[in-house]
Ligand binder design. Structure first.
Ligand SMILES: [Fe+2]
Length: 401
């Protein structure tokens, strides 16, 4: 009898890297052995929840419709075997239901053997700068001529997305220099996050500026919009013109600086995730204020974001005893931000697009001489989720090919 492999509870493709060879079970646990010798254990309740049949997952959306708490009892295992297609078949009691599991999907979700089941697709790699260092640079000249979601588009985007996920930064070169073309370029990755500065914003010296960015003065290392509860995860800066003297771009990996601080001055490092600073952008027509730590760690102690922008800090409103330690830690960090070995420096060329993680990287620029020529960047924001989703789609497309 020849039977097809079952569906998976998602839209992805899961190649079979090893076959299921043997299966054994207890009422609550299935243990399988794969053709390469690996052994994996799956809880019965985990399998029941992750079945792909129409009582568990809506076939139209592949979203779960099963509510485990509505089952007649704990989903115990009455039988388990490998069928002719190589799928795992499990009989669940007391439902009296046989469900089948795709071996490629099971193997890819083998939480029993995964070192870090939540590991990101591209590991985060903190980097130092120094002279001669620059961003990963890729030729993207044909990007807008490719079909959306085509192999040609992926060939340009995949390495770019990898650099952004791993290093927080990439530079695409050879893109058009027409004003507003950034919108079509950004859309190849995902939707733009509009702000009070617009869908796209122009970085050039302008009269009556509502930000230091719109002058020709130097900007210290900073992230954009730390004044928001959720600061944008990504920023894109697209160079349309650059003929001024000065205005060199400077970028630092905020995670590398934070890790160096953790090593060199643990006390200062412990202070910064604790103290909530005030970030304020009190312009003539808007008034954004948010309180947040300068360094945020996730539940596992890994760096999640930095929120550094000295010109957007408002008055500290911390506990009385925290004020001096807070400023001491702040100044320790500020001194490190000036160390040249953390920074890379480069000059924008028209057609360059720099994409960077705005909750991780700090960007700065030297002052430029406004009358020496024109410097015009257009920028936009996006979320980290868009890069991650786009990268997963590229991987999915490759698996399905
Ligand atoms: Fe900025």
């Amino acid at each position: 009898m020849n039977v097809d492999l079952p569906l998976t509870p998602d839209y992805d493709a899961w190649p079979i890297e090893a076959d299921l060879e043997t299966v054994s079970f207890t009422p609550r646990l299935v243990t399988v052995r794969w053709s390469d010798g690996r052994e994996s254990r799956y809880h019965g309740i985990w399998l029941r929840e992750n079945a792909a049949d129409a009582t568990t997952v809506n076939p139209a959306t592949r979203e779960r419709i099963l509510d485990l708490s509505t089952l007649p009892g704990w989903p115990e295992i009455g039988d388990a075997e490998i069928d002719d297609s190589g799928a795992l078949c499990v009989d669940f009691v007391p439902e009296d239901r046989r469900l089948r599991f795709h071996p490629g999907w099971l193997r890819a979700h083998d939480y029993d053997n995964a070192e870090d089941p939540e590991a990101p697709p591209v590991p985060v790699a903190a980097w130092q700068g120094g002279s001669g260092q620059g961003p990963d640079s890729l030729d993207a000249s044909g990007l807008l001529d490719t079909e959306p979601a085509s192999e040609a588009e992926e060939a340009i985007l995949a390495p770019a997305l990898e650099s952004v996920l791993g290093k927080g930064l990439v530079r695409l070169r050879g893109l058009p220099t027409e004003p507003d073309s950034l919108e079509a370029i950004a859309r190849r990755i995902g939707p733009v996050r509009p702000t009070n500065f617009g869908q796209l914003f122009d970085v050039k010296a302008k009269p009556d500026p509502d930000s230091n960015a719109y002058t020709s003065i130097a900007l210290p290392p900073h992230v954009d919009l730390p004044t928001r509860e959720y600061q944008p995860g990504l920023q894109m800066l697209h160079c349309l013109e650059n003929s001024v003297e000065g205005g060199e771009a400077v970028m630092l990996d905020g995670f590398a600086v934070a890790e160096a601080l953790r090593t060199r001055n643990p006390e200062a490092f412990a202070t910064l995730p604790r103290v909530r600073w005030c970030y304020a952008n009190t312009a003539k027509a808007t008034d954004y204020v948010w309180y947040a730590p300068m360094i945020r760690l996730d539940e596992r102690g890994e760096l999640l974001e930095v929120r550094i922008a000295d010109f957007l800090r408002g008055p500290l409103q911390a506990d009385f005893e925290e004020v001096e330690p807070a400023f001491d830690a702040l100044m320790t960090l500020q001194r490190m931000l000036r160390e040249p070995e953390f920074a890379i420096r480069f000059t924008y060329r028209p057609g360059d697009l720099v994409i960077f993680d705005n909750r991780r990287l700090l960007h700065a620029r030297d002052a430029f001489e406004g009358s020496s020529g024109h410097r015009w960047l257009q920028g936009c924001y996006m979320e980290r989720d868009e890069i991650r989703s786009r990268y997963r789609m590229v991987q999915r497309a490759r698996r399905q090919r």
